[in-house]
Ligand binder design. Structure first.
Ligand SMILES: Cc1cc2nc3c(=O)[nH]c(=O)nc-3n(C[C@H](O)[C@H](O)[C@H](O)COP(=O)(O)OP(=O)(O)OC[C@H]3O[C@@H](n4cnc5c(N)ncnc54)[C@H](O)[C@@H]3O)c2cc1C
Length: 390
């Protein structure tokens, strides 16, 4: 016998938890399928960190999630970008952008735990299946899901938030365009002797970007992109050498550095599902799209997907409509696919232009940054675009 739900979310990562919380008070019978423990930091937590843009904070506010996030994030009040080796710089401060923070720095485990807490505090949290999705069948009024332990769920709508390797996307036969960059991101957390002053420091370097993201306390998140072989060699040199090189690459802006997490390496690639929807099925977050980290967009694109879908489902709930209705799903796809495609192209283009050792590109890069620095309206426009506000 299958257990029945209106909406089932596959995957309880950041996207699945955020969506579950956004849908929790709409009155649906809601299930969440996630094989890993929810609410505890994975044993493999590896210092990954991300910037939540202002648009995501606004969505978190609307869905009642912000009170759980506020204690674990650090507001970003300025971005200091430097181009190497040309030396062009670009500084943008929040004063120029309405006096509110651009973004918020957060560590992955803290974000996961805060989203899980916000879900657990609800009067009626979703039913959680500590399990993986294995099979999918189509029924006239529902989708039938088979989990790894053989149990079954019949659901009027299934939403895939199961990451880049989405099993649901594969079972639904949705095709994917995907490509690799010959780059990997080294990520970890550092404690430092100088204050970060709520500033993101970014270096655009021919081998790949390096970013320091302010976190609560005198700590910062490092996302350091290098050609993959070099990234692995840097990590293999050991903690002391890695921190010394980071100090050199970051011009000592944070003073003495101490490692405050494990070190992670993620090979980088981008991908985009050709469709976000199929009958009674939708994809969100990394299951739908994956981008290069150069502009800190990935999870912020997921939050925009979630806001769009959750608002459409809230309207359906108010009108007593089917959550898996074709018009609702096609409207979601129309609103998000093209918007995400543009961000995939933008991040891909930025990485190709700024992470290139081609000598002729050097003056182009420096010139572009100097031009933006000299034109405040353009600078503001680009910053607003990055915050996903246009
Ligand atoms: C180096 C780096 C830096 C980044 N920096 C930023 C940044 O600054 N800002 C930003 O917005 N984004 C950033 N990102 C992107 C961001 O980390 C991701 O977009 C986001 O974490 C994706 O979350 P998700 O929940 O969609 O996917 P995932 O985190 O992959 O979660 C998927 C979940 O699905 C579960 N799952 C998998 N298979 C199954 C199954 N068969 N059944 C059930 N459950 C399943 C998994 O256990 C997991 O919990 C960065 C990414 C990288 C690599």
């Amino acid at each position: 016998m299958a257990q029945e739900f209106d909406i089932t979310i596959i995957g309880g990562g950041h996207s699945g938890l955020f969506l579950a919380r956004a849908l929790a008070d709409q009155g649906w019978r809601l299930a969440l399928v996630e094989p890993r423990p929810i609410g505890t930091a994975p044993a493999t937590a590896d210092g990954r960190n991300l910037a939540l843009m202002r648009s995501s904070r606004e969505a978190a506010d609307r869905f009642g999630i912000w009170p759980a996030l506020a204690p674990v994030v650090r507001p970003v009040e300025a971005v200091h970008l430097r181009e190497k080796p040309g030396g062009a710089t670009l500084v943008t401060t929040m004063r120029e952008l309405g006096g509110r923070p651009f973004a918020y720095g957060v560590e992955h485990p803290a974000l996961h735990a805060a989203l899980a807490t916000s879900l657990a505090e609800l009067g009626e949290p979703p039913r959680i299946f500590a399990n993986g999705l294995r099979g999918l069948e189509r029924r006239p009024e529902a989708r039938l899901l088979e989990l790894a332990d053989g149990s079954r769920i019949a659901t009027r709508l299934v939403i895939g938030a199961d990451g880049r390797g989405s099993r649901l996307r594969e079972l639904a036969g949705i095709r994917l365009d995907a490509w690799r960059y010959d780059q990997a991101a080294i990520s970890f957390i550092v404690a430092h002797t100088r204050p970060h002053r709520q500033t993101v420091h970014e270096w655009m370097r021919p081998r790949g970007p390096l970013a320091l993201l302010p976190l609560p306390g005198r700590r910062s998140g490092v996302t350091w992109v290098e050609p993959e072989a070099r990234a692995r060699a840097l990590v293999a040199e050991g903690e002391e050498a890695l921190l010394r090189r980071l100090g050199e690459e970051s011009e000592g802006v944070l003073g003495d550095l101490r490692l405050a997490s494990r070190i992670g390496i993620q090979p980088l690639g981008a991908q985009h599902a050709r469709r976000y929807v199929a009958p009674r099925l939708a994809l969100i977050g990394d299951a739908a799209h994956g981008v290069h980290p150069i502009h800190a967009q990935g999870f912020n694109m997921a939050v925009a997907d979630i806001a769009e879908l959750a608002e459409a489902l809230a309207r359906a709930a108010r009108r007593g409509e089917d959550p898996g209705g074709a018009d609702l799903l096609l409207g979601y796809e129309r609103a998000r696919w093209w918007a995400n495609q543009q961000r995939i192209w933008m991040t891909d283009g930025l990485n190709r232009i700024f992470s290139s050792e081609a000598a002729w590109l050097q003056p182009v890069r420096s010139g572009a940054i100097r031009a933006v620095a000299a034109l405040p309206p353009l600078r503001r426009r680009l910053a607003r675009n990055r915050m996903q506000l246009v």
